[in-house]
Design a protein around this ligand. Structure first.
Ligand SMILES: Cc1cc2nc3c(=O)[nH]c(=O)nc-3n(C[C@H](O)[C@H](O)[C@H](O)COP(=O)(O)OP(=O)(O)OC[C@H]3O[C@@H](n4cnc5c(N)ncnc54)[C@H](O)[C@@H]3O)c2cc1C
Length: 265
């Protein structure tokens, strides 16, 4: 690990100021991704801005027909929260299936979303539910937020403060996890929302994406059979030691069927 300066601001305003006036600063939330990256010397920020002293970024509240989850809320808190379990049970289930207990008790929703790992679970929920990422500057629709592999629409000095999830009529998530890390080899989030049906896939490509053909089929008949014969092309899918692109394409259909069945309850 290279040397860096450590800061623990006591307000969002101070955190943003530190982000703006340091040479190469990085926010640290749960540190689950950033610290291993720094230990391997793959990242060398000049300054670490720790959000751990900002209780206003922690918590879950219902606002109209939405759930607003603070950026520093851990996966474990989302998984066990009674409001999430009652309003968007698929989201609680997704959070409870991330990594292991240590990762779930340190890792945060803001860190996961900002990191935009192609195999992370939350991006599927954000895109599948039509969520919005709230920052210190604006609200960004999930459709516009995830740009590419580890790339988001965030500006360098922009900080995620919360994520707003519209409460769906029903939703389900199914993932085929990497047996070691639990990251998604393929994960599919399906939601029937006031705006229509949305199907979002993580793990299969460089970034999370929607499957329009499945959305249209489910809009006319919301059942696992509707997606059972829909195949997605394997051409631009990830291929690695865990799964070939063809296998990932196959898993998209299987996980979509299971996600719809889960949504049906
Ligand atoms: C062993 C292991 C297994 C895992 N398994 C899974 C899994 O199954 N599924 C899954 O989805 N994830 C998995 N993860 C990732 C984990 O869920 C963490 O959520 C993720 O590492 C990032 O969250 P963090 O709070 O630790 O962020 P950090 O590591 O602190 O930060 C990550 C990045 O986000 C930026 N950042 C953090 N917070 C903000 C903010 N509020 N605004 C702007 N930028 C911000 C940081 O600057 C950094 O670039 C795993 C991690 C490990 C180590």
């Amino acid at each position: 690990m290279y040397a860096f300066e450590y800061h623990k601001p006591s307000s969002v305003q101070d955190a943003v100021a530190a982000l703006s006036d340091k040479e190469d600063p990085k926010i640290v939330a749960g540190g689950m991704t950033l610290l291993p990256t720094m230990k391997q010397r793959l990242a060398s920020p000049s300054d670490l801005i720790d959000l751990g002293g900002l209780p206003e970024l922690v918590g879950i509240r219902e606002e109209g027909n939405s759930l607003v989850i603070g950026a520093m809320t851990t996966h474990a808190e989302v998984a066990r929260n009674e409001t999430v379990q009652a309003r968007i049970p698929a989201l609680a289930k997704l959070a409870g299936g991330i990594g292991d207990p240590q990762v779930r008790h340190r890792g945060t929703i803001g860190g996961s979303v900002a990191n935009a790992d192609p195999a992370a679970d939350y991006p599927a929920a954000l895109l599948g539910l039509g969520a919005a990422v709230i920052t210190n500057q604006r609200e960004i629709a999930a459709d516009d937020f995830f740009v590419d592999l580890f790339e988001t629409a965030l500006e360098p000095s922009e900080l995620i403060t919360a994520v707003r999830f519209p409460i769906p009529q029903r939703a389900g998530y199914s993932k085929f996890p990497n047996p070691a890390s639990r990251y998604a080899i393929v994960g599919v989030f399906v939601a029937q929302t006031d705006g229509g049906v949305r199907v979002a896939v993580t793990g299969a490509k460089g970034s999370v994406f929607r499957v329009t053909e499945m959305e249209q089929a489910l809009a006319s008949n919301f059942s696992p059979e509707s997606v059972a014969n829909i195949r997605v092309p394997a051409d631009d899918m990830n291929s690695d030691i865990h799964a070939s692109s063809e296998y990932r394409a196959h898993l998209v259909t299987v996980m979509a069927k299971r996600a719809v069945a889960a949504a049906e309850g």
